[in-house]
Design a protein around this ligand. Sequence first.
Ligand code: PLP
Ligand code: ZN
Length: 708
Amino acid sequence: MSSYFTHIVCLECGQEQAADPMAKACPRCGSQWLDARYNYQTVAGLWPAALAGRGDSLWRYGELLPLAEPDPEISMGEGFTSLTRLYSYERLYHHEHLYIKDERQGPTSSFKDRQAALAVTAMRRAGITECVLASTGNAGAAYAAYCARAGIKLWLFLTSLVPSEKMREAALYGAEVVKVSGTYDETKHVAAEFAKRKGIHLDRGAKAIPGKESMKTLAFEIAEQLAFNLGADASGRWRSPDWYIQAVSGGIGPMGVWKGFEELLQMGLIEKMPRLGIIQAAGCAPMVNAFKAGHAQAAPVIPKTLITVLATGDPGFSYGYLRQAVLSNGGTMEAIEDGRTFEAMRRLASKAGYSVEPATAVAFAGLEKMLAEGTIRPGEVVVVNCSGHTFTAESHILGDQYVHDLNLAAGQNGTAHLAPDEGLDSAIRILDEQVTSILIVDDNPSDRRLIRRLLQRYKRYRIFEAASGSEALKVVVDHRPDVILADLTMPEMDGFTLLERLKNDPQTADIPVVVVSAKTLTDMDARMLKEYSESVWTKGGFDTRQLVDHVVKVLGDVSAPPADGRLSRSYSIETHETPVEENTGDKQVIVIIEDNPQDLRLARRLLESEGSYRIISAASGRDGLKALYEHHPELLILDLMLPEMDGFEVLRIIQNDPKLRDIPVVVLSAKELTAAERTELEPYITSVVEKASFDRNQFLYIVNRILK
Ligand SMILES: Cc1ncc(COP(=O)(O)O)c(C=O)c1O
Ligand SMILES: [Zn+2]
């Protein structure tokens, strides 16, 4: 097979130069944005017939690649990953034709394997033996693997926020991993400077010809596979989807995919271009921000997202390219908050059997948003690029109730609840409790917390919380609770709408709903509630024991309540104040993020001595955030000076995520805060405790006042 690569065009000034996979810059204007061009007419005469009988790897498209043949010593059969239809997901969203392009099937589990395969093959052909690359994670793993095969030494520059598992993977492949404490854009800068000083070849990612060209093969495969799935169109051509959706950081994926479809269109192999859905993490969405504001250039941002793979704060030229692509064809750019991403990740795994990495979950959360808002119209064919492992992220999304912990060897550790002679029966009974789930829907976090504790004091039910009707619907889809306790007045979607939605969907109509609300009911309200709910309880005006008994009855849970009188006290729920509540039994969870072991020990000891708090600690901002997602604590105690991601940044991420925003924060600070810092912190925190003038009693007083 030969390549029909004919020449290169400068994307900024149009200057042409000779075909060369390693070309670096435009000879006229110096731009690094170069584009390979081919003899499409000849290739159109060859494809698709010539492809029949070729192997299932991206090299089957050699005519339109800058290198036509793989190097057998380097290639690992990359490309030609499955295009799989997501039937159960389709049912969930009432939309047919949702497909996943399963890039997890590449040698290092992401679409970056395509790029690495071509780039490393081109390097070896050019006699390069050493290479520098900056990456947000996945390109690093892919290049490390391919460089190992090619015998090329790789200097891999990663930001310190890249999960250590990914760093270890690259190191295992023999890369020299350089961890940079800074943003990804700074890391890129450092890598380029290092390469220049040492005279080592720098891989220029999306700017390098093999990089973008490799991504075209995603488009070629999708068009060929869709024709297979949906049948060729009337004139026997391949098919484009209506939408191609991908999460974007630097943007090489959709840039290459767009170019691939353009080439197919030009050759008459497809009928139309797809629309692009470009999705970014809300904490690092320079493209989306600029797009929504109608700007032709993206202002760089400092990334504030846990999804490090997507942490390119300065997209530069790529934005203009993608914006043009989106505008030319009615696509869109959307931003997704991290909390939503983790929910989508869990949903995709549990509903569709796809374990993907957070960067892919961003794309799926984007898909969900576009479906919900009607951006994607009924019947449109959608393909989402999917990559990656979940091992780095499970703790973010699973929460602390993901495993039903049954300990038959009773009494061996503190969590065992079985007496030795109770046997299997009791074990089954306990499991029964643990798998009974209750959803509490209330926009007031302290009301939610109070109801949660009342119920959990009775039995170890699994409790989920939601702050609005729309959030509640998501939990219902994901977890099918056995009973729902719902408030009526909430922002976004109120309790009445929630009830209506639940009762009108045959899959949820049978879930009993108990209403707990402070709203004064009109006759019409009362009629509707009578039809749709089990019972209505007015906040502030009932004996909580009765409520719990009632919920237990609704659950059909007949086993006797505990005989120790733990529930005999009467609580009252006030709507707008923190409820006054006696602390008996259950512990409230406090997360402490503190890197100094002595300070941590002191705070932990003081709080534990109160007897009513369970302490979870983390020594870095990143681990701390994971702990917040995992444990949903009642309080966060936060040091400001932390390695890698400081307390200010942690606060900004918390503030940006509705899932975390409600958690009260006490700042522990080693230095006296400047007036400017105080002003910056003011809106987000409940109190500041200065370490220098630390007073145990005052500290406990502050914490107890917030939590009791
Ligand atoms: C699934 C997924 N989406 C998006 C990206 C971001 O890629 P890029 O930086 O090329 O935009 C990656 C990077 O590896 C990824 O794995
Ligand atoms: Zn030029």
